[in-house]
Design a protein. Structure first.
Lengths: 488, 394
């Protein structure tokens, strides 16, 4: 108790009274997210929440946390929807929203330098002023590129830009040291050339991708942008079946002309199109579903006008020879799909509507396994007799497929929606989710992009030893993000 | 009560869209911006509501500071509703109501309500002085004219509000509107009482107004303040109010359109417009004030990034104009807003609400921007352009 009082006093002196709170009402909102709601995971009440303003403040906080052996839980916007920023063991919540500066938007290097409190939308706005754009997630605008890098990096831009948008980082390690990765590693590099990732041996920037924050607190990130083309266009194609749609993705990828690629089943598409209110109306939803093909393949292209025209023609040929056809949509529908396809939109939040309850089955597999993974989840959902929360009909789950790195792998996300107020159903959803994972992991070798503890038990010992060894080295007192499902 | 909103509370995605305006990509929640912690944003307030429902948190005055600093601006609903489908503001207002019912409110709110209960207005002024604002004007008492011009507490008692009421009255008259005023017979519209959760007092005031209007045969009302306009248009409906209500910018727009008011005098000025939450976001009236500004010869209208549905509240809603639970300082919404206005290059920050005007004018002083930015109501600018005697602007 005495220790806690002393620590809190030092923290208050450090960040200033306005940027620290110990009031229960200020702490409670950091203790839950939609994942912990599903899993009923409890967190301890933190000692305090801090809103630091600078790298130096964060460094001092981390040193104090080591001195007093208190856990620290950093979060940018806390919207990981995976329970990964929750203070499972109490301690200090570091709310990084106030560190929201964009230091630079550089047309020459096609990069921006940002703090963790910068959201995708804010960065997009700054980039567009200079005829560039972000390489965003499919997800919403109000979350951060930094949190996203630490998390998963799922983007419809995967084929062209891969998963990695980070170039170099500034990080406060949990032992209090400051690390700068890539060409930032030297003083002069940090000052005039922070733009090269692959410097000085192994890729330390990459170490942080998918680390969930376990290895350090990112305080600055140089992130790739993309040039805005003269013409930017989204094309939509209809498929009756999944197999030819997947085939079409492979063929399109071989052309190496697409900017974004995303395949959806109509149960995902309908959520992007309808308002939450309409989604509650069975007749409105049924009508929209009837107007949609079973699978929608969205492809983004860009370039000079001549280039774009040619690309469109070439894509059309591939689609037709794969058994698909061009999908024409009413303007409002097209706008909504464009927003989702281009990423960092608002409509994507509807994917969990109308009740916000979801259980995500996620795995990366070779494209040849994608159909089986979908069918198996369909079978398991039927076996568990999951029901649609509005109509009580059998649940039709959502499917989203995104190819990575020219289709060497595809990201397959399937969402089981439920109403969190229906507790019995929620228990069924949980059991179904477990079985889905068991099947896709053991039968298809599906991999996730983040270090879930259970999955880490399956990897060869050396793999886990490296991840844990690094953790022990940089975080000897285990102060950063302990006790969660992704703690290393 | 909060239990009535259990579904919305449990359907919150914890997505944080309520913090940032889509497409403007700037902060949308004034209290969240001021204090930073999630408990001052809708995302956190909904969580606190859930904690109260689950007996994990007891309501007290300190907890309610987080709730009362909400200005009822509706910025969160604007982001949340089309995407997730809930209305965090309804939850927040139910929270306030629950605290009132249990008597667990901060002293600032208690004092405001006490003043309103005892004096019938938050200025603690005698009710027989309510009509003094109109002294020396040619405005008539309501008898059987087409419209009632309802000026509310700010228009009746606040010095700057009184000036605005006089100017709007003059303009309406010049435009040929048949209307009268209630003077000392007018009573508070109750909007702020409702917004702080004192639903009993609101019902008392609303039903008294409805009765009075019925007695006098009033079928149409033109309101000075967007706050009163909002209450009468939306919240009075449940008592079957039986009258129409317009905001004064809407009536003036019609008068300019049909040519009964002619803005002829040039005003060579760059102006930007601050959408009042209770006119814009809550009632979707974005164009009437802009139409009036654009009708003024020489006036160049520049938009701030946050405009229309994404306008950033001045901090004066939800009772904060009187209780100031949102607090002051460089991050206070009114100061943020005037800095934003100056950044557009505008010399005039135009408003269409007496509360916004006071909040923003005070902020201009606090920021030391008097040389660069003037806050002026659309009515004062129009009066100048039309050549109507402006009895309000100093
Ligand atoms: C509807 C919806 C759709 C989504 N779609 C996608 C998608 O398509 N692709 C995708 O990749 N994600 C998606 N997400 C997940 C998530 O919102 C994004 O990845 C987002 O960018 C995360 O940012 P954040 O600021 O909320 O991260 P946070 O939740 O704040 O952080 C993520 C993790 O990193 C840690 N952390 C955060 N900041 C720091 C820091 N500076 N230093 C150290 N550790 C830190 C946190 O403790 C946490 O473990 C989606 C979410 C929603 C609600
Ligand atoms: S209130 Fe709405 S916008 Fe805010 S977190 Fe909850 S669901 Fe998201
Ligand atoms: S109504 Fe305005 S102040 Fe209140 S929570 Fe919503 S955005 Fe914030």
């Amino acid at each position: 108790m005495e220790n806690q009082t002393a620590l809190l006093k030092k923290l208050k002196d450090l960040v200033g009274e306005a940027h620290i709170s110990t009031h229960k009402a200020d702490l409670l909102p950091y203790m839950r997210d939609s994942y912990t709601n599903l899993m009923n995971r409890e967190a301890a009440l933190p000692d305090c929440v801090l809103m630091p303003r600078s790298t130096e403040e964060i460094q001092q906080i981390v040193l104090l946390a080591n001195e007093y052996k208190v856990p620290v839980y950093p979060r940018s916007f806390g919207v990981n929807i995976a329970g990964s920023a929750i203070p499972y063991q109490g301690g200090i919540v570091l709310d990084l929203k106030a560190m929201n500066q964009i230091f630079e938007v550089n047309e020459d290097t096609l990069t921006a330098t940002i703090e963790p409190g910068v959201c995708w939308g804010q960065l997009r706005k700054a980039a567009r002023k200079k005829a560039m754009d972000i390489i965003p997630i499919i997800g919403p605008y109000q979350t951060s590129p930094v949190g996203n890098y630490l998390l998963t990096n799922i983007t419809a831009y995967s084929s062209r830009y891969s998963m990695d948008r980070a170039v170099t980082l500034e990080v406060v390690l949990p032992n209090g040291e400051i690390l700068r990765t890539g060409s930032q590693a030297t003083e002069i590099g940090a000052e005039v050339n922070p733009y090269f990732r692959y410097s000085y041996g192994p890729d330390l920037t990459g170490l942080f991708r998918g680390s969930m924050g376990n290895y350090g607190i990112i305080t600055k990130m140089v992130i790739r942008l993309r040039p805005l083309a003269e013409v930017e266009k989204n094309l939509y194609f209809a498929f009756k079946e999944l197999k030819p749609a997947l085939k079409a993705i492979q063929r399109i990828e071989r052309l190496e002309i697409s900017r974004t690629v995303m395949l959806q089943n109509k149960h995902f598409t309908v959520h992007c199109l309808l308002s939450p209110e309409d989604l509650k109306d069975p007749a409105a939803k049924e009508e929209a579903l009837r107007s949609l093909p079973d699978f929608v393949l969205a492809v983004g292209i860009g370039g000079k006008a001549r280039q774009a025209a040619l690309y469109e023609e070439m894509l059309g040929e591939e689609i037709r020879s794969s058994g698909g056809e061009t999908l024409s949509l009413p303007d409002a529908f097209k706008q909504s799909l464009d927003e989702v396809q281009e990423g960092a939109g608002q409509k994507i939040l509807r994917m969990f509507a109308p009740f916000s309850g979801y259980a995500a089955v996620i795995g990366c597999v070779p494209i040849t396994s994608a159909e089986n993974v979908y069918r198996r989840v369909q079978e398991i959902v039927a076996k568990f007799d999951l029901k649609d929360s509005i109509t009580d009909d059998p649940l039709q789950h959502e499917l989203l497929v995104v190819p990575y790195d020219r289709c060497s792998s595809v990201y397959v996300e399937q969402e089981l929606l439920y109403d969190p107020l229906d507790i019995d159903n929620m228990e069924k959803v949980k059991a179904c989710l477990r079985e889905c994972y068991k099947v896709i992991v053991t039968e298809y070798g599906a991999v996730h992009t983040i270090p879930n503890r259970r999955l880490l038990e399956r990897v060869v010992p050396g793999y886990a030893a490296i991840l844990r060894g690094i953790k022990t080295m940089v975080d000897p007192n285990g102060i950063l993000l302990p006790g969660g499902p992704y703690s290393i | 009560m909060l239990a009535d909103y259990k579904e919305d509370i449990y359907h919150c995605l914890k997505c944080g869209a309520c913090r940032t305006a889509f497409q403007a990509y700037t902060p949308i929640c004034p209290s969240g911006f001021q204090y930073g912690f999630d408990s001052y944003y809708a995302i956190g307030r909904v969580d606190l509501a859930r904690a109260v429902l689950e007996d994990r948190l007891a309501i007290d005055a300190e907890v309610m500071r987080r709730i009362y600093s909400c200005t009822s601006c509706g910025g969160c609903d604007e982001q949340c509703n089309p995407a997730v489908g809930i209305s965090p503001l309804r939850i927040i207002e139910a929270f306030k109501h629950q605290a009132i019912e249990k008597g667990l409110i901060p002293p600032e709110v208690r004092d405001f309500l006490k003043g309103l209960q005892v004096h019938g207005n938050p200025y603690l002024e005698p009710s027989d002085e309510r009509g003094r604002w109109a002294e020396g004007t040619p405005l008539e008492s309501y008898s059987d004219q087409d419209y009632l011009f309802y000026v509310g507490c700010v228009g009746s008692y606040d010095e700057r509000g009184q000036g605005l009421a006089r100017t709007v009255g003059e303009l309406l008259q010049s435009g040929g509107l048949s209307f009268g005023i209630l003077g000392n017979r007018e009573i508070c519209d109750g909007n702020e009482a409702n917004r702080v959760g004192e639903r009993g007092l609101f019902e008392f005031l609303a039903t008294h107004n409805i009765e009075l209007f019925r007695e006098l045969g009033i079928r149409k009302v033109v309101a000075l303040s967007p706050h009163g306009f909002h209450a009468m248009k939306n919240d009075y409906a449940k008592w079957d109010a039986g009258f129409e209500v317009a905001h004064y910018t809407q009536i003036l727009q019609a008068q300019v359109r049909k040519g009964s008011l002619r803005p002829r005098n040039r005003l060579e000025v760059k102006a930007t417009f601050h959408d009042p939450c209770f006119l814009g976001r809550h009632n979707a009236e974005f164009e009437a004030p802009r139409f009036l500004l654009k009708s003024i010869p020489g006036l160049e209208l520049i938009e701030m990034d946050r405009n229309r549905r994404n306008s950033f509240c001045c901090g004066g809603g939800g009772g904060n104009f009187f209780t100031d639970m949102i607090g002051s300082g460089v991050r206070s919404p009114s100061r943020v807003r005037v800095r934003e206005a100056v950044d557009t290059g505008a010399e005039v920050l135009a408003v269409a609400c007496p509360n916004c005007r006071n909040m923003l004018e005070d902020a201009v002083k606090a920021e030391g921007l008097e040389d660069r930015l003037q806050v002026r109501d659309v009515a004062h600018l129009l009066a100048q352009a039309v050549g109507v005697r402006d009895r309000g602007h100093p």
